[in-house]
Design a protein around this ligand. Structure first.
Ligand SMILES: [Zn+2]
Length: 463
């Protein structure tokens, strides 16, 4: 738990997150119209934020736009964006959002020549039993609709795509469904509204037009199965990897003290031990920054990881919140270190750090930004996503009400100085009665450690 700092930081995050991706994209695009270097930098920054969001939301079309922007602005700024342009190339080749391969798609008709009325727009979306109803403000014709299906054989996913030649939807939205993994509707380009139905199995999809309404009937063959994360990506194990696990706090520093006086330092040590056991059994080299209940300075933790030549650094913590919110706030979160843009974030980091003056002398108040390099920030973000998914996937299969607190970024001192991708995991709120009871339960911790281990393997398999 990072005390006051965390609370203020969460507030900060919520402010940042309030800028919608579509608005951010528009802003970046308008910066790009300017010729000034500082505006191009702003655009570059926005595109990077969008890129990270696209990974968190698993949104390929946003990723595509973000990568295009990063490459374009980066090149203008003479920043090395070769990694991004490589990814963009790969994405364009296999992208199901951009140009589906002809053999994969069944086109109903060619609609390139359809004239788009800019005032023709979507009014509402609703369910009538298993049929999705998209109501427009004007009559719809079949020539306005293109439908194709994509099957990703590697990931075993099916995508049913409807491109509707209408305009004026300002923001993308996800449509809730009990049976289908993901349904999303978004303005794909100025002339096309795109509806994507994404599922881990085949669906019977039938569509028809009734005057102003497009009716899409969706029938799944089976009831919803929680997709096993392990099966999504075939795992290639690289047993040469070195992992440093950092159980937070210890010794004179108990960390957060929560429900029934449970102590963070004990909980996180138990998770770390479980994780160590699993990773070792899978053939990895694992080191712990502390192997007993003793105090270790923050800066010594990453120094240790650097010395061991770790491929990744995972710091484990438990969260806490005071008083009247204790019964309400719970959930698991993953943080990665990033050079938070605002002055305020920097001052929050300095405040957090004041608890350990010796660390401050080593790094200096502002110089922590120098430790960050772009490559590690992106890699850490990816690692955080894999860890978060791993934990949630494993826990949600066995426990109810597990809350996804999300992947967040921030200037965490314990991660500063790490020369490898590093993530801080908050395994839950030790102040929340249910979550705290689970956090001292061996089976729960084992499940969580298993999820973290799977997340780590996914990360290594993909990077
Ligand atoms: Zn902590």
């Amino acid at each position: 738990m990072f005390k006051l700092f965390l609370l203020s930081f969460l507030f900060l995050i919520s402010l940042e997150a309030s800028t919608k991706s579509s608005e951010l994209l528009k802003r970046a695009q308008s910066y790009m119209k300017s010729n000034s270097t500082s505006d191009t930098f702003r655009a570059y920054d926005d595109y990077k934020t969008l890129y990270l969001r696209s990974m968190v939301d698993n949104d390929s079309s946003l990723k595509f736009e973000a990568l295009k922007g990063i490459v374009k602005s980066g090149e203008r700024l003479s920043i090395d964006v070769s990694k991004y342009s490589q990814e963009l190339k790969t994405l364009s080749q296999k992208s199901s959002y951009n140009k589906p391969e002809p053999k994969e798609m069944k086109k109903s008709k060619h609609i390139e020549d359809v004239h788009v009325d800019p005032l023709h727009r979507l009014k509402s979306v609703e369910w009538r039993e298993d049929t999705l109803l998209l109501e427009f403000n004007k009559e719809l014709t079949s020539s306005q609709i293109e439908h194709f299906t994509l099957h990703d054989t590697i990931k075993g996913r099916y995508r049913y795509v409807f491109d509707i030649k209408t305009a004026m939807l300002t923001d993308s939205q996800n449509i809730k469904s009990n049976d289908i993994d993901r349904i999303k509707i978004a303005q794909f380009d100025p002339q096309t509204l795109r509806l994507v139905i994404d599922h881990n199995a085949k669906i019977e999809v039938a569509h028809s037009i009734d005057s102003k309404t497009l009716e899409v009937k969706l029938k799944t063959k089976t009831s919803k199965v929680v997709p096993a994360l392990e099966s999504v990506v075939p795992i290639k194990r690289d047993r040469g990897k070195v992992i440093v696990i950092d159980p937070g706090h210890g010794g004179k520093d108990p960390g957060a003290v929560g429900y029934r006086k449970y102590r963070e330092k004990i909980v996180v040590f138990d998770v770390a031990k479980e994780l160590e056991k699993i990773l070792e059994s899978r053939g990895y080299k694992v080191y712990m920054t502390r192997t007993a209940d003793k105090f270790v300075k923050l800066s010594d933790r990453t120094k240790f990881a650097n010395k061991k030549g770790a491929n990744i650094f995972v710091s484990i913590h438990a969260n806490a919140i005071d008083g009247k919110h204790a019964n309400k706030v719970h959930g698991v979160e993953c943080y990665f270190l990033s050079p938070s843009r605002s002055e305020r974030a920097k001052s929050v980091a300095a405040q957090e750090n004041s608890a350990d003056l010796s660390d401050m002398n080593i790094y200096g108040k502002d110089s922590y930004l120098n430790f960050l390099n772009h490559h590690n920030t992106v890699a850490s973000n990816k690692l955080a996503i894999d860890l978060q998914r791993g934990m949630l996937g494993a826990l949600a299969k066995r426990y109810s009400g597990v809350k996804d607190g999300g992947v967040r970024e921030g200037p965490f001192w314990v991660l500063v100085g790490a020369q490898m991708p590093s993530v801080l995991v908050e395994v839950g709120f030790i102040t929340h009665p249910t979550e705290a009871r689970r956090l001292v339960d061996k089976n729960y911790l084992k499940t969580m450690a298993l999820g973290l281990a799977d997340g780590i393997e996914r990360y290594f398999a993909n990077n």
